[in-house]
Design a protein around this ligand. Structure first.
Ligand code: AMP
Length: 358
């Protein structure tokens, strides 16, 4: 069995490590020089939309998957049908466009913040009137980690937002004064079996995930989120791991976005769950029985962004994952996971690590 993975970043690397334990070979496609997953298998160093390289990858692998959601859909369609591609290309297509994504949530009765599609400056003014301020303007396509977003706080910001983002198709969302953010990660295999991980509580700064902890003491929220993920997995006839990010306000959940791939907020599953999201993604796309998603304890994860401080390497607590990437401001270079017997111990340990990281 050989799996072709489009993208050889840290998610590809962690898929590669899980594949090694299953005695499965991986081959990657990525134009970067020396990407993190190079330690896990061959990397074909070609652009993601290189039709010849994709065709060769498809011909030399039993199944194709991907580790980031901006894979060009057109390029994948070129090999669809010649080899199984999971998650399905149609799920990827819907995740790439925030408007399609929101319409999918609506169709599935998954609550979401009020929004408007914006094509003109007049649409933006009308959206501000309808949604109220502040509102968040986002590009429909190719946004990640808070990029391609503008918070419109006053009517004077409308021109600034239009000047910054107006060349692209946009949406505006009501500003959600959420209590906190969560993600629910589920997995479905080719036979349609579904497993859902415990809910993660996630903290973002500047649009970038800083930390996750799981489980959280909120069984009703967890039940609702799991039901939404299950609905998405079944509706999309999905195969693989899917992550749904949600805002929590009181007892309510509002869907923000979904990722058709393994997800940063599930990194804790490597040490903190019986079967990691990476292994379960591989199991799903190979149609093996899914592994248990039960927690092994109280897990927490801190992202190492911009640099890996020397102090972190000498910490006795926690499991360090160094992706082998060159330092750069805002770049995810690694993460640390802790697993403890109690939530209090976990939170204390995360605080201790956090003070060494910042
Ligand atoms: P996104 O790229 O849509 O996941 O947004 C990145 C982060 O920006 C989210 O995780 C939130 O912390 C924040 N954010 C995005 N949309 C909203 C919103 N409508 N209201 C409040 N905060 C938001």
């Amino acid at each position: 069995m050989r799996i072709g993975i489009i993208g050889a970043g840290q998610l590809g690397q962690m898929l590669g490590f899980a594949a090694r334990d299953l005695n499965v070979e991986c081959r990657f496609l990525d134009p970067s020089i020396s990407p993190p997953a190079r330690v896990c298998g061959d990397v074909v160093q070609r652009p993601f939309d290189d039709a010849k390289a994709l065709a060769e990858l498809a011909a030399s692998c039993d199944v194709i998957t991907y580790e980031f959601e901006n894979v060009p859909v057109g390029a994948l369609q070129g090999i669809d049908g010649t080899v199984p591609i999971y998650p399905p290309v149609d799920a990827l297509r819907q995740a790439q466009d925030r408007l399609d994504e929101k319409r999918l949530f609506e169709r599935l009765d998954i609550p979401l913040p009020a929004y408007r599609a914006i094509d003109t400056r007049e649409d933006m003014i009308a959206a501000a009137e309808a949604l109220g301020l502040p509102m968040v303007v986002k590009t429909r396509r190719l946004g990640y980690d808070g990029k391609g977003q503008f918070v419109v706080r006053t009517t004077a910001d409308i021109d600034k937002a239009w000047g910054t983002l107006g060349r692209e198709a946009l949406i505006a969302e009501q500003w959600v004064p959420f209590d906190f953010e969560v993600s629910s990660i589920g997995v479905r295999n080719i036979d349609g079996d579904v497993r859902i991980y415990a809910l993660s509580h996630n903290v973002h700064e500047g649009g970038i995930l800083q930390s996750s902890r799981s489980p959280i003491d909120a069984p009703e929220l967890a039940g609702k989120a799991a039901e939404y993920v299950r609905r998405m997995l079944d509706h999309l006839d999905y195969v693989g791991v899917l992550a749904l990010e949600l805002f929590v306000k009181g007892d309510n959940l509002l869907a923000n976005e979904f990722a058709p791939r393994v997800h940063n907020s599930g990194h804790w599953t490597i040490e903190g769950a019986a079967t990691s999201q990476f292994e379960n993604h591989l199991r799903a796309i190979m149609n093996l029985p899914l592994g248990s998603t039960a927690n092994r304890g109280h897990a927490g994860m801190i992202n190492l962004i911009g640099e890996i401080p020397a102090a972190v390497r000498t910490l006795a607590a926690g499991h360090l994952h160094d992706y082998g990437k060159a330092p750069r401001p805002g770049r995810k270079l690694g993460h640390i996971t802790v697993v403890t017997d109690t939530a209090d111990d976990r939170d204390a340990l995360l605080d201790l690590i956090h003070t060494n990281v910042t």
